[in-house]
Design a protein around this ligand. Structure first.
Ligand code: SF4
Length: 694
């Protein structure tokens, strides 16, 4: 609270932190934000909030905000403050010169899950229409891209199937690789309520997460598997379902493709997938796995919620398909209280994926290789769209180091801190002739930039975010942008300077264009959003007010497609030199790379990243609470303070990545998911040794 006085007016908007998408009333006195009050009419939060959304908004007026555009010819030169016109012209000339010298494919851009749908749509349009290639990717590449691949392949749509409220009808709640009390606190409260009422909880995670401490009426099972063995675990669970006659045969016969099902069933019933055979791989007792499989399959309603502990693996996409297999085999899809629900980390991960940020997909997950799709976009955009998928983020880095990729526009992302193997990322950024960074702070990536364009916070713009339950919420401008322009206006100016005209007067016009081109959004408009409060897509002729529960009668691909999910061990293995496995995650008071929350009072609760280590591993190394530890992997080393924790499995250590100095991503490797290149943040072999204070 900045001022306890009475506000003069308020504006309803959406929290810009996590994928729950809570609505708030921003209470104002003149142009000063007095406080954020959770909005009772919010469809995702019903008047609840967490410590981030309610209190961590002070970053918007922090002294570190970039207030003026800046340029420089070389990254070792001082910044020169210039006007917007000069900065845009400088950036456009650099991009044109680069393409003239190195070709059309030599430039690209990265969109952010923190930005609005309209901003994200516009950046990918800029790249496709003005740059003339498909070198557009989103930061969802490094978090939920396997959700896109895995769910699209099996159930036909890259999105969670339920509303958050639907958890109140779940009898068994399965949480895989997620920590809702820290990362999705308001939804975690709904889960807790249901657990207190008697639902069974199954947690599949190497750490003992807080949710397990919730007093609950039903059973609570923790399957503490070794990092990197998710697919072995989901196969073992499915094996029990199939071999103990726990399948929902009516659902399978009516809703699923028989050929794929038969193939999958033969595979999964094989003895090598049994809990007993997998026990040595996962480290979890076969008896516990059998108990969990029965609790899920025999529940009236079994709902699965998963997070980055599923996706950020070399088999991330395989695991997502394994989860969908399990839900289809037990008929736990297509009604309230069940489903497959990815918990999106950032506020607009769902939206940034929906808006065509991927190098192979236009908005609405429409493939660039489809001539009919391209024709529709070409008709509205007035350009020819490249039919070849462009570069993914890791490919951009590789191409930059190889010398064929020379310029990049990054909106709202700190890739130098958030992406794995920092040394590799920094080498790529250093090799660029032109890096344009648009952000609210001088972040780690900006150190390599030639153009710095001030970004606007969520309080300074109009637009929409789409939360983890496909709910499109309005973001409403509360105060003027500190640098005068909203992000979509900057993208538009850059496009005009490059010679591709854009002329929107308000983000509502961008949404109208999105609705025209995206089959799942055809019924979405600002007028309807204002009238209904929020809309869950698909929203179209068949579902004019949106779709709370998906797949009730059929799947977008007709019938569900089981996929064979063979377990393949991670290439990242422990040995004598690197005997422990490091896994990473988040903490309640901080958000992602911490650029925002570190500049608020939330930092008092978490001012440094630490290394959680099991007492037995600590004792072996003579480590005490608070000791400094050198943590080294095959790619790098860092220093973190020790926190001895019974929550850890012996042999597994854990840290967060909220502070740039801690260097979690200096040690994570660039191993990645076989289908999407999502980095394997969750499995890094490390050595831990006591060191003197750094
Ligand atoms: Fe914001 Fe998420 Fe907290 Fe809601 S739960 S207030 S969306 S950070």
């Amino acid at each position: 609270v900045i001022d306890a006085g009475q506000p003069e007016h308020s504006v309803v908007t959406t929290c810009a932190y996590c994928g729950v998408g809570c609505s708030f009333k921003a209470e104002m006195k003149g142009d000063q934000l007095v406080r954020m009050v959770p909005y009772k009419g919010g469809d995702a939060n019903h008047g609840h909030s967490c410590v981030k959304g309610r209190f961590a908004f002070g970053y918007a007026t922090h002294k570190d905000r970039i207030k003026e555009p800046m340029i420089r010819e070389a990254t070792n030169a001082p910044w020169e403050v210039v006007s917007w016109d000069e900065a845009i012209a400088f950036a456009a000339n650099k991009l044109k010169d680069t393409q003239a010298k190195y070709g059309r494919e030599s430039i690209g851009g990265i969109t952010s899950s923190r930005c609005t749908n309209e901003e994200t749509y516009l950046v990918q349009k800029l790249i496709r229409a003005a740059f003339g290639n498909n070198n557009t990717d989103t930061c969802a590449r490094v978090c939920h891209s396997p959700t896109g691949y895995g769910l699209k392949t099996t159930i036909g749509e890259s999105a969670g199937t339920q509303t958050f409220d639907s958890v109140i009808k779940a009898d068994t709640i399965v949480v895989i690789g997620a920590n809702p009390t820290d990362a999705h606190p308001v939804f975690a409260s709904q889960m807790r309520r249901r657990l207190r009422e008697g639902a069974t909880l199954i947690v599949i995670d190497p750490r003992r997460i807080d949710l397990l401490s919730t007093p609950h009426g039903g059973k609570g099972l923790h399957l503490p598997l070794r990092p990197g063995t998710n697919v072995a675990m989901v196969n073992a669970l499915a094996h029990v379902v199939v071999t103990e006659g726990l399948e929902d045969t009516a659902f399978i016969e009516s809703r699923c493709e028989p050929r794929q099902y038969n193939e999958w069933r033969e595979f999964i019933a094989g003895e090598r997938n049994s809990p007993e055979a997998m026990e040595a791989v996962t480290g979890v007792s076969a008896q516990l796995v059998r108990e969990a499989a029965r609790a899920y399959a025999e529940a009236g309603n079994g709902a699965i919620y998963y997070g980055l502990g599923v996706t950020e693996h070399s088999q991330g996409s395989t695991m997502v398909m394994g989860i969908a297999n399990l839900a289809m085999a037990t008929g736990n899809i297509g009604r309230e209280g069940v489903g497959v629900n990815p918990l999106r980390g950032q506020n607009n991960v769902q939206g940034s994926c929906d808006m065509g940020s991927f190098p192979h997909e236009l908005p609405g997950y429409q493939h660039v290789g489809d001539p009919a799709v391209r024709a529709r976009f070409e008709d509205v955009w007035g350009v020819t769209i490249d039919d070849e998928p462009g570069l993914r983020i890791p490919n951009m880095f590789d191409a930059a180091i190889a010398g064929s990729f020379k310029a990049m526009y990054v909106q709202g992302e700190d890739i130098a801190q958030s992406d794995p193997n920092t040394q590799h990322v920094e080498a790529a950024l250093s090799a660029l002739d032109c890096l344009i960074v648009q952000d609210i702070f001088l972040n780690e990536t900006a150190k390599f930039a030639h153009v710095l364009l001030p970004g606007a916070t969520f309080l300074e713009k109009n637009g929409t975010f789409t939360n983890a339950e496909r709910r499109i919420n309005r973001v409403r401008k509360v105060m003027a942008p500190v640098a005068g322009l909203e992000d979509w206006e900057v993208t538009m100016a850059l496009s005009n300077a490059l010679g591709y005209p854009m002329d929107y007067r308000h983000p509502s016009e961008i949404m109208d264009e999105i609705a025209r081109l995206t089959p799942t959004f055809t019924g979405v408009s600002y007028e309807k959003l204002d009238r209904l409060g929020s809309i869950q897509w698909p929203c179209n002729e068949a579902h004019p007010d949106g779709t709370p529960t998906m797949h009730t009668l059929d799947f977008p691909i007709g019938k569900g497609r089981f996929a064979v999910t063979e377990y393949v061990a991670s290439e990242e293995k422990t040995n004598r030199k690197f005997p422990l496995l490091l896994t990473t995650g988040r903490i309640l008071s901080q958000y992602n790379v911490g650029a925002q929350t570190r500049r608020t009072e939330n930092s008092q609760w978490h001012h440094e990243d630490v290394l959680e280590i099991h007492p037995s591993d600590a004792e072996l190394r003579g480590v005490h609470e608070g000791d400094w530890l050198g943590v080294s992997s095959r790619v790098g080393q860092t220093v973190l303070r020790a926190r001895i924790s019974e929550r850890m499995l012996p042999g597994v250590v854990y840290t967060t990545f909220h502070h740039p100095g801690s260097g979690a991503n200096v040690i994570t490797t660039d191993s990645s998911d076989w289908a999407t290149n999502c980095p394997e943040y969750k499995v890094t072999a490390v050595q831990v040794e006591k060191v003197t204070q750094p």
